[in-house]
Design a protein around this ligand. Structure first.
Ligand code: ADP
Length: 519
């Protein structure tokens, strides 16, 4: 990718800034060739790659180097886009919101600074991947479990900062953040919670500290660069008990949600199960052309043949109980009774006891096989995630499911959806899988996305996370009192970041210097 300069920065000053960065991190960690820029583009870009072109990347090795880089960025008014490992696939990967921004790649900062077995926590740097932490825990025989997302290629910090989740009782990763170290946009450094005391033994134990609590202010945010993060980990249980079931009909998702929600709220079910349609599994194991070559979304009768072939339901649910064997058995009885009200189908049971191979446990064992779904349409694949949050009731879920599926069919994309049930909400992840080289297809996908955001907003549903290109649209759906939240966010942004150098446009929050770039 040829160079696109940051807005209002001359080529000469840009070069001076890069030289100054090199003075801090070493010349080899300032990456500014055409090939380097390609590396930091959105590798799944749905036809919008030109809107998010990085001008370079810089890779510091320590928090002190981050501070120095941030100070230089202020001096030359060069914006920075922090990433941990940059695998935010389906949401923009490593690319910045605003073209010309320099990617601040924290992947070299990958120390595991502390793991505390007794209290169940770790303190890590941004570059620590799920695979790294898993290997560390295994190697040191530490009986603590992580909760990993379906594709675990990225970092623990990046995932928690984007509110990603996994499927153990500790699945809501952002909820497990306890204590951060942050480099502010002016180069200053703070620690949150009791980390604000220089000698606190409670930094990773007590979240709140004294006065306002700041951790979540730096989540899905452009107010600071997170250089260390405390994360609670789950103690390995005595046993787990899995209950798997396939539901044959599209509308079965309604009663399944109504049965599972009270069990999730009361704690019979401690993890947040995902009710996913069959394409999640089929697309990871086959290509569309094997089943159907026609235009338009795959017809229902073809889908039925595929389901029979793979022995899948229209919806597939894997529930998992964690804890003491006897308690798991008692909870399993309650879950089976709830399902027996609606189906004769029996659960497939999977049991694990401490000492059995970890792969069968339901622990957060990282894997990247979920990535294979992008081969579904052939060509250079990609996917985009549309993820509204709704109340977990059959009325809301069925209405949203049918209206989304209809929208997919209108443009000829195969429906791919899941509902993950938390105690009081469900996150409805919908993937659109496309061939990046098929411009007609990516154009349709982008227009579908906008329609879906508008449909959801009419119902009062927000998204929990979104792709770079849609951050402004989604931010604007938060419209109470004439967008008071956006005014608050941008007031804080301008106070903390007067030069607007940190991640301009992230989550629709634009600093004064670049506000004209809002979509
Ligand atoms: P992953 O490591 O899982 O691949 P990314 O590095 O792609 O995740 O991070 C996702 C997004 O989260 C980034 O685009 C950025 O906006 C934000 N982010 C990631 N790491 C940091 C960090 N250390 N400090 C501030 N924001 C971050």
């Amino acid at each position: 990718m040829p160079l696109v300069l940051p807005p209002n920065v001359s080529e000469k000053n840009f070069q001076k800034a890069l030289d100054a960065f090199a003075g801090v991190v070493g010349r080899q960690w300032v990456l500014a060739t055409d090939e380097d820029r390609n590396t930091y583009m959105d590798i799944y870009a749905p036809g919008d790659a030109d809107e998010h072109i990085p001008s370079a990347a810089v890779g510091p090795q320590s928090a002190e180097e981050v501070q120095a880089v941030v100070r230089i960025a202020n001096e030359y008014k060069v914006p920075l886009w922090p990433i941990s490992r940059g695998k935010n696939l389906g949401y923009g990967a490593a690319a910045p919101r605003m073209s010309g921004t320099v990617v601040l790649d924290l992947g070299r900062m990958k120390r595991i600074l502390d793991v505390n077995e007794r209290f169940g926590y770790c303190l890590i740097e941004p570059g620590v991947g799920f695979f790294d932490l898993f290997a560390y825990l295994q190697e040191h025989k530490i009986p603590l479990w992580m909760s990993v997302p379906a594709n675990a290629w990225g970092s623990v910090v990046g995932n928690a900062l984007e509110r990603g989740y996994g499927y153990t009782p500790y699945g809501d990763n952002t909820r497990n953040i306890c204590g951060m170290e942050i480099v502010l946009p002016n180069g200053d450094m703070v620690r949150t919670g009791t980390g604000a005391m220089s000698n606190s033994p409670c930094w990773q134990l007590f979240k709140y500290g004294f006065g306002p609590s700041w951790d979540q202010v730096f989540v899905q945010s452009n107010f600071g660069v997170v250089t260390k993060l405390g994360m609670w980990l789950m103690p390995e249980p005595e046993a787990t008990l899995g209950l798997n079931i396939q539901l044959p009909n599209p509308d079965d998702v309604g009663w399944a949600v109504d049965q599972l929600q009270p069990l999730r709220l009361s704690g019979v079910l401690q993890q947040s199960p995902s009710i996913g349609n069959s394409l999640r599994i089929v697309a990871a194991q086959s290509q569309r052309s094997q089943w159907y070559q026609g235009d338009g979304a795959m017809p229902d009768d073809v889908l039925r043949t595929v389901l029979d072939k793979f022995n899948l339901g229209w919806w597939n649910i894997n529930l998992r109980l964690y804890g003491y064997d006897d308690v798991n058995e008692a909870h399993a009885k309650i879950i089976k009774a709830a399902f027996a009200k609606h189906t004769q189908k029996q659960f497939e049971i999977v049991k694990w006891h401490r000492g059995d191979p970890i792969a069968d446990s339901g622990a957060g064992v990282p894997s990247a096989t979920a990535l294979q779904i992008i081969n579904w349409r052939g060509g250079r694949g990609g996917h985009l995630g549309f993820s509204p949050v709704l109340p977990p009731t059959s009325e809301h879920v069925l209405k949203q499911f049918h209206s989304t599926k209809k929208r997919y069919e209108e443009i000829g994309v195969d429906y791919y959806g899941s509902f993950t049930l938390f105690e009081r909400y469900t996150t409805n992840i919908n993937m659109m899988i496309y061939d990046r080289d098929d411009t007609a297809m990516t154009t349709k996908v982008r227009s579908l996305f906008k329609v879906l955001v508008a449909d959801a907003a009419k119902e009062g549903y927000s998204e929990y996370r979104t792709h770079l290109s849609d951050m402004d649209d989604v931010a604007l759906t938060f419209d109470f009192n004439n967008h008071a939240l956006l005014r608050l966010n941008e007031t804080v942004k301008d106070a903390l970041d007067p030069n607007g150098i940190l991640a301009p446009g992230k989550q629709g929050i634009w600093p004064k210097a670049f506000r004209g770039a809002r979509a």
